[in-house]
Write a protein that binds this ligand. Structure first.
Ligand SMILES: Cc1cc2nc3c(=O)[nH]c(=O)nc-3n(C[C@H](O)[C@H](O)[C@H](O)COP(=O)(O)OP(=O)(O)OC[C@H]3O[C@@H](n4cnc5c(N)ncnc54)[C@H](O)[C@@H]3O)c2cc1C
Length: 437
């Protein structure tokens, strides 16, 4: 078994430039994931020159080249819950941002020259309990007529036609979502950014910046030599998501980095997998500690993700737990060997909302994919570029929304095992007292 992302077989991250021939930029963006590169593309498309993207790792080597490749974007809260936190107007705008994220990502995708296995054959979300199935029905009934046409709610028998497992009470099927090859997508974004004149530097860690009159003095450290390089820029954007450095206290106090794990099976007969997951739809479920899974773009492997353990785990350790979850879902895969196991960091906010704005030191940020950020971080990169361009109307929805912090929290998520155990207990209890009707 290889302990690297399956995606890297076809699109392993590459280094960008390793030498600075200029030290002065208009905008410096930290993080070469979807968020950072999308911000750079919007700035360059608006005519901003001298934009630099800097990453401590290779291009997109954070979560963006390691994820499950499922591209939907749904808020993890209702309008009422958001209204209590942000006020009704802001709450409506925030939910509108969640609706806009995937259409924006598809619009941006249409401008990319490189293919990345975009597949819009839909998604299936398994209902863990009858209560969740009822919530799916209420969700569908609350949609406008045109949106309702793209959604189906199926009971456990009906769902066998879209996902062949008996562990769910039914499912919500969305016909207008789907999947990508995540590492090919990041490569396509990087190529588009470079085509527009954006410079991408890798192997440099952002250490800090000081605001001087009209610009920022920025310190980055060469990861290999440990030499410090001084740069300057008019604006700085932090797009580090779950990889934010512990020294960046303002962001760390507001964010919880969490590891997410995945495995891939060896190649299996196409027809066997077509029976389990017809038409290569992607799948997830409604548990607190959810499973998410799909087939590889060529349809011959199952890629299965989730949180196998709440302690920090190695790829070998997590593979054992994930394989168990996969067999729970699809017992017929008993003989399938695991070819790859890997993990990466996602980032949660206490309010489960994504955030963008400016920190007290003037540095812009986008943060908190809350587990699913292919569409959202692509979109938020664009929105934060609009903010840096000071375009009218940029202060709405997620941009400049209140970003809560926990006062007893110093950035080290020591409580995750406790929270994990609690959520697992909730998932078990939901099935113990589960009744149809
Ligand atoms: C296993 C897994 C499965 C997932 N599945 C899905 C899915 O199916 N669908 C979905 O929508 N989302 C999924 N996600 C989440 C998705 O991958 C992320 O939301 C998205 O990639 C975040 O993009 P980003 O640009 O914000 O951050 P990242 O891609 O994480 O990029 C942040 C970058 O910042 C760099 N960085 C951080 N600090 C510094 C510093 N001080 N100096 C220099 N560089 C720095 C890091 O090196 C990193 O490359 C998954 C994530 C994981 C890990």
């Amino acid at each position: 078994m290889k302990t690297k992302p399956f995606w890297w077989e076809e699109a392993e991250p590459t280094h960008g430039e390793r030498r600075f021939d200029t030290r002065k930029f208009s905008v410096v963006i930290i993080g070469s994931g979807y968020g950072g590169l999308s911000a750079a593309i919007t700035l360059a498309e608006a005519g901003v020159t001298d934009v630099a993207v800097i990453d401590a790792q290779r291009i997109g080597e954070g979560a963006s080249s390691r994820n499950g490749g499922q591209i939907g974007s749904a808020a993890k809260f209702s309008l009422d819950e958001a209204a209590r936190r942000f006020g009704l107007q802001r709450a409506r705008e925030i939910l509108d941002d969640y609706d806009q994220a995937m259409p924006f990502m598809l619009k941006r995708a249409a401008t990319l020259k490189d293919a990345f296995d975009l597949n819009l054959s839909g998604s299936v979300s398994g209902a863990h309990s009858y209560k969740d199935l009822k919530a799916f029905r209420a969700y569908r009934d609350g949609l406008s007529l045109d949106k309702r046409a793209s959604v189906d709610v199926l009971d456990a028998d009906e769902m066998q036609a879209v996902l062949k497992t008996d562990i769910y009470r039914g499912a919500l099927v969305k016909h207008d979502t789907g999947s990508i090859h995540p590492a090919k997508y990041i490569r396509a974004l990087a190529n588009r950014a470079r085509e527009l004149g954006v410079r991408i530097f890798t192997g440099f860690r952002y250490v800090g910046s000081t605001r001087a009159s009209g610009h920022f003095d920025i310190r980055v450290e060469d990861v290999e030599t440990r030499n410090t390089v001084q740069l300057s820029a008019e604006k700085v954007l932090m797009a580090a998501n779950g990889y934010v450095d512990p020294s960046l206290r303002w962001l760390r106090q507001r964010t919880i980095p969490v590891q997410s794990y995945m495995i891939a099976t060896e190649q299996l007969p196409f027809d066997q997998l077509e029976e389990l997951m017809p038409r290569n739809r992607v799948a997830g479920d409604t548990k607190h500690i959810l499973y998410y899974f799909r087939r590889s773009p060529d349809g011959t492997r199952i890629l299965f993700g989730g949180r196998a353990r709440f302690q920090t785990s190695t790829a070998e350790q997590s593979a054992v737990g994930l394989r168990k979850f996969m067999l729970h879902t699809f017992p017929s895969l008993e003989r399938a060997a695991i070819s790859h196991s890997w993990f990466g960091n996602v980032c949660f906010a206490y309010d489960f909302c994504s955030h963008a704005g400016r920190m007290e030191d003037g540095v812009h940020y986008i943060s908190c994919c809350n587990g699913g950020g292919i569409s959202m971080m692509t979109y938020l990169g664009h929105r934060s570029a609009e903010m840096m361009l000071e375009l009218p109307g940029h202060d709405r929805g997620i941009v400049n929304s209140h970003f809560p912090r926990l006062y007893f929290y110093n950035g080290n998520p020591w409580f995750l095992p406790v929270v994990g155990t609690f959520y697992r207990a909730l998932d078990r209890t939901a099935r113990l007292f589960d009744k149809a009707g």
